[in-house]
Write a protein that binds this ligand. Structure first.
Ligand code: PMP
Length: 361
């Protein structure tokens, strides 16, 4: 069927970003927190909702939330930019720094939205492939940034969907070698032992070009709110502010985020639980006929060795367990990704997987 109006020609080849949402009992496909936010947070949110002037636009500068985040990260509020999920943060970076005639560099396989949003903003994407074990090779990375001179080099640490965080030496190395911004997407940063924010604290060489992106969707149990932010030089923050729509971040989300920051302890407890469960799942997987990779995030990538991944995915679905099918993604042939859930959900996943792989004893 013809289109009503022709699309922008460069969009014709793009398909949207989709993760199938099926109605299941155990949902382990989109890397959210398996636990709701603390009850105390909800009580505070309910009681403070009454103080919002709903007939007025929200604070355009998001000042209270930025102040609270600045305190958390020991930076200035002018070094924080907030938006509707870290995806919107990424979009603002690409609107500000990308565009036609400009390139970004990235290391596949990685989070699909980096290249997707780059393409949406007519920015050229130049990538190189990770080596064995999904690690980035230093000389490959050097030659990529030297050849492309990207406006942005993207790292994702821990990397979605492979799971491992990038070594701090690599982040520091790329910061020195690259000429444009180095955007480190730390959507899963709190699960990992290191953060690029440490480089910032240390004042590493080139740190003024470092952008660290974080989200409330995972560790803060607030995916429904759509809240993400970046920590960067104030010039980068101003650039994002110049492209984002006015009043983009609603007052409820601003309030929800600010109140969440009072519950750092509860967030850390959730991280500890997820990391412990991640270890338990990894240990169980190591006993099965699957290849797995170490993870510093709240998910694990694995490859069934004796049964087609798609079949395993359907077997799990039959047991009402939904995981992510990456088996047709380039560089991830036959791979599946499971999000760490609650202990009960993880038991359901492991038992369904054992049945599928035929290893029930
Ligand atoms: N970055 C990475 C690496 C992700 O995996 C995700 C969520 N899938 C996001 C960013 C986006 O998160 P949100 O927009 O919910 O903050």
């Amino acid at each position: 069927m013809g289109r009503l109006v022709p699309l922008r020609p460069d969009l014709n080849a793009l398909s949207g970003y989709h993760s199938p949402q099926v109605d299941v009992e155990v949902r382990l496909n989109t890397n959210e927190s398996p636990l709701p936010p603390p009850e105390q947070w909800l009580a505070e949110l309910r009681s403070e909702l009454g103080s919002i002037a709903f007939n007025r636009y929200p604070d355009r500068e998001v000042l209270d939330l930025r102040r609270a985040l600045a305190e958390l990260h020991e930076v200035e509020p002018e070094e924080i930019f907030c938006a509707n999920g870290s995806n919107e943060v990424l979009q603002c970076l690409l609107l500000a720094y990308g565009g036609s005639g400009r390139s970004v560099a990235l290391f596949e396989p990685t989070y699909a939205l980096h290249s997707h949003i780059a393409s949406l903003t007519a920015t050229e994407v130049v990538s190189t492939w990770r080596g064995p074990d999904h690690r980035i090779d230093f000389p490959d990375a050097d030659s990529l940034v030297e050849r492309v001179r990207p406006v942005i080099t993207f790292l994702c640490s821990p990397n979605n969907p492979t799971g491992r965080s990038e070594p701090p030496e690599l982040v520091a190395h790329l910061l020195e070698r690259s000429h444009g911004l180095l955007v480190v997407d730390e959507a899963y940063g709190q699960f990992a032992p290191t953060s690029a924010l440490d480089l910032r604290r240390r004042g590493a060489k080139g740190v003024e070009r470092l952008v660290v992106v974080r989200t409330f969707s995972k560790t803060w149990s607030m995916a429904a709110c759509r809240l993400g932010y970046l920590v960067a030089d104030r010039e980068v923050v101003e650039a994002c502010e110049s492209v984002v729509l006015p009043y983009h971040l609603d007052a409820v989300t601003q309030l929800a985020g600010r109140l969440a920051l009072r519950h750092v302890g509860a967030m850390e407890e959730r991280i500890a639980l997820v990391n412990e469960e991640r270890g338990r799942i990894a240990a169980a997987l190591s006993e099965l006929a699957v290849e797995t990779w170490p993870s510093d995030a709240n998910f694990i990538l694995f490859r069934p060795l004796e049964r087609p991944a798609k079949q395993v995915w359907y077997d799990l679905l039959d047991s009402s367990v939904l995981i992510r099918d990456c088996s047709e993604w380039r560089g991830l042939t036959e791979c599946l990704r499971v999000t760490v859930g609650t202990p009960t959900e993880n038991d359901r996943f492991l038992s369904a997987l054992r049945s599928s792989l035929g290893s029930v004893r």
